[in-house]
Design a protein around this ligand. Structure first.
Ligand code: T3D
Length: 262
């Protein structure tokens, strides 16, 4: 189902989705954005997929919008708002809306929309050589792809402002210090580390993790009382899952739980 610019494989409950335009550092053209949307929609619906691993092919994770496509040699300039609406916003909504963990293995530079695509994922593991650049200001644009939503919440308003206005390269170790990434590992073990994390998430109580993500999403824009009520509602739902009952039985029986994702 994925096309030439996105590959997707399923193993041990983990769908590995790879951005695959290495010659242009996996920059997004419209076709790649459309393929990623289709792929994310498909893995969201597939009950065999219980965790997602997103990464890039080659030396980069993703260099954001393909600038050659954004400014074509001839013809009228495209409306960038339309591109953001059609290409990037659906991807971010899909990643946040998928009630399964999305791990991002940041294998190299993540710039522009590519940086913010990574930040929208649930858990980021970065290679030592990886970096993040809010490169939009270098070309006179504003940070899109959810960047102005996630980055100030992750690092605080002033750091986000500096990162977005200065467009400096943030190395992976610095990104870990800032709380952007969970772990930094040598490139040689990046895939293995990220896959093993995704596989362990895929073996957990998928609906509980999905409801956790729903609660965290809501927490980004609400007050305490509303969030406490939302937790009640979601805990009620979690308490009705098969995996909750299995988890408690396994604890009492002093054995490993066998979660099925139900
Ligand atoms: O539609 C809209 O515009 C609205 C939406 C906007 C969303 C955005 O993402 S805007 C931001 C777009 N992205 C950028 O501005 C980043 C541009 N790229 C870079 O700044 C640098 O390439 C990197 C810092 C990412 C990496 O630098 P470096 O030195 O490691 O690699 P390089 O030599 O610059 O790039 C390697 C090749 O990839 C090169 O092609 P070549 O010379 O080998 O034929 C370069 O042109 C190409 N490439 C890199 N990024 C892009 C790209 N080609 C097209 N679009 C790119 N974004």
């Amino acid at each position: 189902m994925p096309g030439p610019f996105i590959s997707s494989t399923l193993s041990e409950g983990v769908a590995t989705i790879t951005l695959d335009r290495p010659d242009v550092l996996n920059a997004f053209n419209q076709a790649m954005a459309a393929e990623l949307q289709l792929t994310l929609g498909a893995v969201a619906r597939d009950p065999a997929v219980r965790a997602i691993l997103l990464t890039g092919n080659g030396r980069a994770f993703c260099a954001g919008q393909d600038l050659a496509e954004a400014v074509p040699a001839g013809g009228p300039a495209p409306d960038l708002g339309d591109i953001v609406h059609a290409s990037y916003n659906p991807i971010i909504r899909l990643i946040r809306g998928i009630e399964k963990p999305v791990v991002c293995a940041v294998n190299g530079v993540a710039a522009g929309a590519g940086a913010n695509l990574a930040l929208a994922c649930d858990i980021l593991i970065a290679a030592e050589e990886a970096s993040f650049i809010q490169s939009f200001s270098r070309i006179g644009l504003i940070p899109d792809t959810g960047g102005t939503f996630f980055l100030p919440r992750l690092v605080g308003l002033h750091r986000a402002t500096a990162m977005m206005m200065l467009a400096e390269k943030i190395t992976a170790p610095r990104a870990k210090e800032l709380g952007l990434v969970y772990e930094v590992v040598p490139h040689s073990v990046l895939h293995e580390t990220a896959f093993s994390l995704a596989r362990s998430l895929a073996a957990q109580a998928t609906r509980g993790l999905g409801l956790t993500k729903r609660a965290l999403n809501r927490s980004l824009g609400t007050d305490l009382d509303t969030q406490l009520e939302f937790e009640e509602e979601l805990q009620r739902e979690a308490g009705k899952t098969h995996d909750y009952h299995e988890g408690v039985r396994a604890f009492l029986d002093k054995r490993k739980p066998n979660f099925t994702g139900q």
